[in-house]
Design a protein around this ligand. Structure first.
Ligand code: GNR
Ligand code: NI
Length: 173
């Protein structure tokens, strides 16, 4: 079991645009395994490679109650998104403790390679649809707080910087 370090907003590396995966090989399967370990350890429902400072198009998700239904999306593309949208509260492992409303399509279709390198198409709605859109944003270098007002975003930024300083101080104590 290997857990990776999750970058925290406002780390500029979170704004890197991820590149397509060129081969679903042993190295990539190791990354997927480490990302799943990291997501479960952090009690998140999703994780994008961007958040662990790997800038390739890889997402892991598990919205199941039993945390036993991992979904691996490699080189994901949204092939359809409903015009119908809904505002729902979101959180992010890279912005701990912050939850706010974001408007997303209620229903989507996504095409991606699985961890065997096989092309799959998934239909998603509800929390899964929200999570996929949130993770796809990470791969484009976008963090959910960028949908909020500049005032809210700046407050969050200040809070995160203060939190980081406190964490660093605690680490040396
Ligand atoms: O754990 C997470 N929960 C969550 C809740 C509502 C909307 C999106 C998410 S994703 C988040 C994990 C994360 O930061 N993924 O990038
Ligand atoms: Ni996130």
């Amino acid at each position: 079991m290997t857990t990776l370090t999750i970058l925290r907003y406002p780390d500029p590396r979170l704004h890197t645009v991820a590149k397509p995966v060129v081969a679903v090989d042993a190295r990539l399967r190791q990354l997927v395994g480490d990302m799943l370990d990291t997501m479960y350890a952090a009690e998140g429902i999703g994780l994008a490679a961007t958040q662990v400072d790997v800038h390739e198009r890889v997402i892991v998700i598990d919205v199941s109650e039993g945390h036993d239904q991992p979904l691996v999306l490699i080189n994901p593309e949204i092939t359809w998104a409903s015009d119908e949208k809904r505002v729902g509260d979101e959180g992010c492992l890279s912005v701990p403790g912050i939850y706010d409303g974001v408007e997303r399509s209620t229903s989507i279709r996504v095409r991606a390679l699985d961890r065997d390198g096989k092309l799959q198409e998934h239909a998603a709605e509800g929390l899964l649809a929200v999570c996929i859109q949130h993770e796809m944003d990470h791969l484009m270098g976008k963090v959910f707080v960028e949908y909020l007002s500049p005032l809210k975003r700046n407050r969050i930024k200040t809070k995160m910087i203060k939190q980081k300083k406190e964490d660093e101080r605690d680490a040396v104590r």
